[in-house]
Design a protein around this ligand. Sequence first.
Ligand code: FAD
Length: 308
Amino acid sequence: MLRRILLGMSRSHQIKKAVSSLPVSSGIVARFVAGETAPEAVLATEKLVSNGLNVTLDHLGEDVTDLAAATATADAYLELLKQLSDAGLTKNAEVSVKPSAVGQALPGDGEKIALEHARTICLAARNAGTTVTLDMEDHTTTDSTLGILRELRQDFPETGAVLQAYLRRTESDCVDLAYAGSRVRLCKGAYKEPESVAFQDKRAVDKAYVRAMKVLMNGAGYPMIASHDPRLIAIAASLADRAGRRPGSYEYQMLFGIRPEEQLRLASHGHTVRVYIPYGEDWYGYLVRRLAERPANLQFFARSLISK
Ligand code: FAD
């Protein structure tokens, strides 16, 4: 119930205006967001990479409603890739792009505009020696995002996909995407979705996650297990083992600021671990989704608001 209220808040413009006046350096924001600028994001990347971790960076922002903002987001990724390359970090750092941040939701040609922006980012990433993963947003965008992915993979087969275990369609999408060379991030899913398309109960989502993992681990692609859930991480390890996969033929992914000791522990056991680093000024929607996952953080959040 609380999760649904919080996820509803993530789309409220009034609440966003009030909360966005918090400085990014305030406790709760800084815990989950690496900063507002590319240099801050590069600094956070350097620290994680020096500890044996890999990174994927997200320039925060979503649902842009004008072309200028979509183009500005694409340009921000080009600048970020340049800075990562200059810092010698592109062997360990890639970028994650939300299609809605580069134009998908624009009326008319939105999907085409998002594809062209994503193509430009993929080319810059390849020239810098790294890759792009297309984040997945709410279910109304799934077909469109998978369509953009198919187009991109014709020229950039290294582009990563994201599938959300809570969606009823995902097991079948995993079957379609479990082919050689296909990088697929599997997450539980972070949006408020109707029962008609998504499992609502936590146990049903976890079971769906395991079914999807089985398909990916037994397939020929490269599974990216994005979860902080200790049970699912343990099941991933045993499924990988049973499928004859060695560390390096799949990876674990976690969010910046969540279970950092576990990230290091997995890396110290020889696993590839990638940390998702969000940065930028538009952190509101991202932060509220993190609070919805762990209402225990709400108290901390309320304290940040009172002391601002
Ligand atoms: P949860 O059910 O939230 O947590 C399970 C367990 O993990 C908890 O019971 C606890 O034991 C542990 N845990 C969780 N949080 C903490 C914490 N703060 N401290 C200590 N223990 C904790 N979602 C999308 O919809 N689209 C995307 O493109 C997308 N990309 C993602 C990329 C990455 C790398 C990751 C990690 C997540 C991404 N997500 C995305 C978010 C995802 O869908 C989930 O909302 C989020 O990961 C929480 O799910 P969970 O699997 O960690 O399980």
